[in-house]
Design a protein around this ligand. Structure first.
Ligand SMILES: Nc1nc2c(ncn2[C@@H]2O[C@H](COP(=O)(O)OP(=O)(O)O)[C@@H](O)[C@H]2O)c(=O)[nH]1
Ligand SMILES: [Mg+2]
Length: 461
């Protein structure tokens, strides 16, 4: 009996809630549960996957720690594939903490972050892409992001990688036969056929997956959009309109916004961090100047700048100077106050001068063209919506890195086939390509890579 191999953690977040759950996994789970659980019915059979009502009490002092529901789940049909016990308590962290401490006192070990999911992976219940999907489900900021993660948990990424692996394995079998019969090398390998297979079943699907990695990053991590413009053009009004709440102060007095304000917005499933800045101008007082300094920092980190003009005031020299200072960033030009656009001409002239920058007329106050603004932001950062929805797969940074290496190996393989290279050399590139895909699904993944992955989890998952 290896005591240290039974682990426990509080699986619900800190703070008060309706219920809180202590989770235990390992061969001694049931034994410990029996020691601390007093069933309401006097005794219970602990049938697997059944909920029992009772109390948790200290085995020696008999002190009751909480009134609970407990469930014992027998291996292997559990999250970790080991015996699992869950204790559903009142959602007070003090109560949860004392039950966890009691388990530790009995010899259970405190689980590391992500250890339950790591066990699910190590015990072969899920592959590595599915384990990573669990992280994404827990951290998704939009419904769309969560749906994508659920697809990945369902095997969307695994299946696509596995198809390519299958093709590589078939190709390797042919090449290995050729290695065994070196004299008949040329006859065994049908070069044109392998080139077609390489292109259709390996290189193209790899390229498609790689293309989706960038979109995956956007949906997973989101983007940062910063509203920039002179004081009083309507930046804070736009932030409020986008958020549909009065988040930032709006007044007719220039210099009202003195600090940067940021909030999250869901634009067609992309988590967008939208930042309202202090209007950048000369002759600002000390506090406003500090706000302007912060605005500059936000601008440098931004994925997209919404550069706002005031169509009622028109474009002045100071607008142009400010525009030049952000010209190096991805830009969307907005002419605000379309409802009272008295200086339409000067705006149109300015827009004509920078014809490579996308442009929209809006009214932040009257909510004009706000949907078009969201669509445009989405189109600039993601591309067309239809293109995305076709294939619901989102490789993460780790997958992307491996995919790039696999693509490079596939290119070498193609070159080798075209030049009738010897089979043993072809086999090297084939294996490299396969190794990279194996790393994605976790067939060959080193311990330190696994550590990095599971460290991203919170405690109790
Ligand atoms: N008519 C009109 N006024 C607006 C519009 N957007 C903002 N304003 C007004 O312009 C003034 C400055 O707005 P504010 O959002 O504080 O500008 P900021 O300094 O750029 O943040 C306020 O009086 C707003 O009510 C708009 O679309 N139309
Ligand atoms: Mg403002």
């Amino acid at each position: 009996m290896d005591r240290a191999n039974t682990i426990a953690a509080i699986s619900t977040p800190p703070g008060a809630g309706g219920i809180g759950i202590v989770r235990v996994s390992g061969g001694d789970s049931l034994r410990h549960l029996r020691a601390i659980f007093q069933p309401h019915a006097g005794s219970c059979s602990f049938d697997s996957h059944r909920l029992y009502y009772g109390k948790i009490a200290h085995p020696e002092s008999r002190k009751v720690l909480d009134e609970v529901l407990v469930v014992y789940m027998a291996a292997p049909k559990t999250y970790t594939r080991e015996d699992v016990v869950e204790i559903h308590c009142h959602g007070n962290y003090l109560g949860l903490q004392s039950i966890l401490e009691l388990l530790l006192f009995l010899g259970v070990r405190l689980a590391e972050p992500g250890e339950f999911t790591k066990l699910a992976f190590l015990n072969g219940r899920i592959d590595l892409t599915r384990a990573e999907a669990v992280i994404d489900i827990l951290s998704a900021r939009t419904r769309k992001g969560m749906d994508m993660a659920l697809d990945q948990l369902g095997g969307s990424l695994y299946d696509r990688v596995d198809l390519i692996r299958g093709s590589l394995v078939r190709m390797r079998a042919i090449v290995e036969v050729a290695i065994d019969f070196p004299d008949e090398d040329i006859d065994i390998i049908d070069h044109p056929a392998l080139l077609t297979q390489l292109s259709e079943e390996i290189a193209s699907p790899l390229a498609r997956l790689l293309a989706q990695a960038d979109q995956g990053k956007i949906f997973r991590e989101g983007i940062s959009v910063v509203i920039v413009g002179l004081p009083n053009v309507g930046k804070s009004s736009l932030l409020n309109t986008l958020l549909q709440e009065e988040r930032a102060l709006v007044t007719a007095i220039p210099g009202t916004t003195r600090d940067t304000i940021e909030e999250y917005l869901d634009i067609h499933g992309v988590p967008v961090r939208i930042v309202d800045t202090a209007g950048i101008r000369q002759n600002a007082d000390e506090v406003e100047a500090m706000g302007i300094e912060r605005a500059r920092k936000q601008i440098e980190q931004a994925d997209l700048i919404l550069f706002m003009l005031d169509a009622a005031r028109g474009v002045e020299e100071e607008d142009k100077q400010l525009f030049e200072s952000v010209r190096h960033k991805p830009l969307l030009l907005l002419a605000n106050k379309a409802d009272i656009a008295d200086q339409q001409e000067s705006v149109e002239q300015f827009v004509a001068e920078c014809d490579d920058v996308p442009f929209l007329q809006i009214s932040a106050k009257q909510h004009q063209n706000i949907d078009a603004l969201k669509d445009t932001i989405f189109a600039i950062v993601v591309g067309s919506k239809d293109q995305w929805q076709e294939e619901g797969c989102a490789p993460n940074v780790r997958h992307k890195d491996a995919l790039q290496r696999a693509v490079a190996a596939a290119a070498l393989l193609q070159e080798g086939l075209e030049m009738f290279t010897t089979s043993d050399l072809l086999a090297i590139d084939l294996q490299e390509c396969l190794d990279q895909l194996n790393a994605i699904v976790g067939v060959t993944t080193t311990e330190d890579v696994l550590d990095v992955i599971f460290e991203q989890f919170c405690l109790g998952k």
